[in-house]
Design a protein. Structure first.
Length: 317
């Protein structure tokens, strides 16, 4: 994107910036809600209606930012964005609309729709459902409320079920293509060093790895994804070439902890371990955490992004 197109030079716009208003790109970085979603909230639901210049540029006040953060609080509790305006405006009774059972049922319904599409190998239906949700929910909300529960449900369903392998290959391939395309597109817009994310499991297409990559990419960080395990010597070569500010190791299986110790001694950046392997090695990782200041752990992609944000390794952190 041409930077000049993001910074209009008309006097009205510049005066508004001087008065403390912010353009939509800055608001997206502060709140984690991307511009497409902010426009959808405004257009579909009348949420967060910004000030407009004569040339149509959106400008947001600090009050708008506070309102966005309030909306995110409700969404994180499971309330659909279509119902949030009544809550913010005080029209709907809070206890009636935001009860845990009601909220769970909304996301459970969306999860059921995805499960049905997966069971019939309906790629276009999967696309339509996820695209619809992506238009109105921030990535971290979708990951926490929908995609991680969906993956947990699928893991349960695939244990010993006839046709499970077919469903698994279909869904994992679709998810990698879907999220990989977004990572690739976002990477073209970013400069600087890339976060290095590596699948340390035996099987390719690890969904948790791609969720990590997608979430980091959505936070405007460049990401390099290695979808297969890399031998220790070659991983060191990759780090030397790429100079990543952080390396994320994702695994659903046990790790080689001796190789991990060697890597920690040779790499000064943040090394983040995430996935089910954190639970597998919980007791063994504690001494390493005490010995190495650059080692971090996270049980799932949402927590992993919070760790990276706390380390100021995401662009909007």
């Amino acid at each position: 994107m041409n930077p000049a197109s993001e910074t209009p030079d008309d006097s009205e716009y510049q005066v508004a910036l001087a008065d403390g208003f912010r353009p939509i790109r800055d608001v997206a970085r502060i709140t984690g809600v991307n511009p497409v979603t902010l426009r959808a909230w405004e257009r579909r639901y009348g949420l967060i209606v910004p000030q407009r210049t004569a040339k149509g540029h959106r400008l947001y006040s600090e009050q708008h930012i506070s309102q966005i953060q309030a909306i995110l609080l409700w969404i994180n509790r499971g309330v659909p964005v279509s119902q949030v305006k009544d809550l913010i405006d005080g029209v709907a009774p809070v206890l009636a609309i935001a009860g845990e059972q009601w909220a769970d049922s909304q996301w459970a319904h969306k999860c059921h729709q995805l499960l049905e599409a997966i069971s019939t190998l309906a790629e276009r239906r999967l696309d339509d459902i996820l695209n619809s949700e992506l238009a109105i929910y921030p990535p971290q909300v979708l990951c926490k409320q929908l995609l991680l529960p969906l993956l947990a449900e699928l893991e349960q369903r695939w244990r010993g079920q006839f046709g499970a392998r077919l469903e698994q290959v279909f869904f994992h391939s679709w998810l990698r293509s879907k999220l990989g395309a977004r990572v690739y597109h976002n990477n073209r817009q970013q400069q600087g060093s890339r976060l290095l994310m590596i699948n340390c499991s035996d099987l390719p297409m690890a969904p948790g790895l791609w969720l990590c990559a997608w979430l980091a990419s959505s936070a405007e960080s460049a990401v390099e994804v290695f979808d297969w395990p890399v031998p220790q010597v070659e991983l060191s070569m990759a780090i030397e070439h790429l100079q990543p500010p952080a390396v994320l190791l994702y695994s659903s299986q046990p790790l080689n902890l001796s190789q991990l110790s060697t890597l920690l001694q040779s790499y000064a950046g943040t090394l983040l371990i995430t996935g089910p392997t954190v639970t597998i090695h919980q007791s063994e990782l504690q001494p390493l955490l005490a010995q190495h200041r650059n080692l971090r752990i996270a049980i799932d992609p949402v927590v992993a992004m919070q760790v990276l944000a706390d380390q100021r390794l995401l662009e909007d952190a």
